[in-house]
Design a protein around this ligand. Structure first.
Ligand code: NAD
Ligand code: UDP
Length: 331
């Protein structure tokens, strides 16, 4: 019996990871305090015999657990409005939360994966971003509670790999989208898709020439599994993301096309300062070590995502105003 712990398993990516692990025949223990996650993401798993959910804040230590074989640490606010509203919580879950999960893995002799972020590169001066680029990060800026917390989590993971021979690895996840992402968390795809479906103007922060590279969630989860399973990934930092890069204006146009809305664009100040201007992963390491590369094209991935948001919108309040949607990121 192989037992996997997924901290943050009620979140967007974590819930898809729980599905994948259960599909492989593993027992899955999802630990989540629902700070930014949603119980609806795992509602379909509650009757699954190999799934258990513990609502718990990992900053406070861990509940009593059976012997575990794999520990995935995905617990953290992840959207810019989310970590801005929860700055201390974000720092603590990536500091104390990481410590508790590392101790669990160390004592159990389990494999460990830490979900870091492309934000570890800050507003990058090198492009595309390779893992050996050390980044352009502010330790005091408006994103520092996230960027620096993740960098600390990476350093702590490497300390356990070196000092305790932990079987640990780090992934730097680049912007990921797909079904179950919180429609109200303020991120690019949820914001623009929900606005388009409601017939509202699409919000462009800044002039829209900044870029991102979007990875579909199923591809990302395959990358997480491949990283955990590969002995060669031990002690490594690995970028996971889709290298296809577009400007925000290009994403807005594609979403307008796919939703059949030709609505207006409205330009405003970024929701959170220090907005990285260019972002694209170099995935040479992931391809070489894991044989991993993303397979889902942008248009079909967005179509599936739009369909899932359309279904969700049909069951939620449609009377909220555009301003309300932007200022209440749903956490
Ligand atoms: P999410 O907010 O949907 O999921 C994170 C989960 O962690 C939530 O369910 C939340 O309730 C839980 N959580 C937060 N603090 C906790 C605590 N103290 N104790 C227990 N549970 C806690 O976000 P996501 O997009 O699924 O991101 C998952 C992970 O991947 C995060 O660590 C994030 O930093 C990282 N990541 C995501 C992206 C992306 O594009 N989605 C990009 C880079 C990195
Ligand atoms: N963005 C935007 N309009 C929105 C939401 C986001 O123009 O309604 C931009 C944002 O300024 C950033 C990019 O889209 O340049 C990605 O933002 P997101 O919050 O998804 O994630 P980030 O990559 O900044 O963590």
């Amino acid at each position: 019996m192989s037992v996997a712990v997924v901290a943050g398993g009620a979140g967007f990516i974590g819930s898809h990871l729980c599905d994948a692990l259960l599909g492989e025949g593993k027992h899955v223990i999802c630990i989540d305090n629902l700070a930014t996650g949603r119980s609806r993401n795992i509602a379909h798993l509650h009757t699954h015999q190999r799934f258990s959910f513990v609502q718990h804040d990992i900053v406070d230590g861990l509940p009593e657990l059976p012997h575990v074989h794999e520990v995935y640490h995905l617990a953290s606010p992840a959207s810019p409005p989310g970590y801005t509203l929860l700055p201390v919580e974000t720092m603590r879950v990536n500091a104390e939360g990481t410590f508790h999960l590392l101790e669990l893995a160390r004592h159990a002799g389990a494999s460990f994966l830490y979900a870091s972020t492309s934000e570890a590169y800050g507003d990058p001066l090198e492009h595309p971003q390779r893992e050996d680029y050390r980044g352009n990060v502010s330790s005091t800026g408006p994103r520092s509670m996230y960027d620096e917390a993740k960098r600390y989590g990476e350093a702590l993971t490497m300390a356990y790999v070196r000092a305790h021979e932990l079987d640990g690895r780090i992934v730097r996840i680049f912007n990921t989208y797909g079904p179950r992402s919180d429609p109200h968390d303020g991120r690019l795809v949820p914001n623009l898709v929900m606005q388009a479906l409601r017939g509202w103007p699409l919000t462009i922060y800044g002039d829209g020439t900044q870029t991102r590279s979007l990875c579909y969630v199923a591809d990302l989860v395959e990358g997480l599994r491949a990283t955990m399973n590969a002995p060669a990934a031990r002690g490594q930092v690995i970028n996971l993301g889709n290298p296809e890069e577009h400007t925000i204006l290009e994403f807005a146009t594609i979403i307008q096309e796919l939703t059949g809305t030709g609505g207006d664009l409205v330009y405003s100040e970024p929701a959170v300062g220090d907005d990285p201007q260019r972002r694209r992963p170099d995935i040479t390491r992931a391809s070489g070590l894991l044989g991993w590369y993303p397979k889902t094209e942008l248009h079909p991935g967005l179509r599936t995502t739009i369909d899932s948001f359309r279904d969700e919108l049909a069951t939620t309040d449609q009377s909220a105003s555009p301003a309300a949607a932007r200022s209440t990121p749903g956490i």
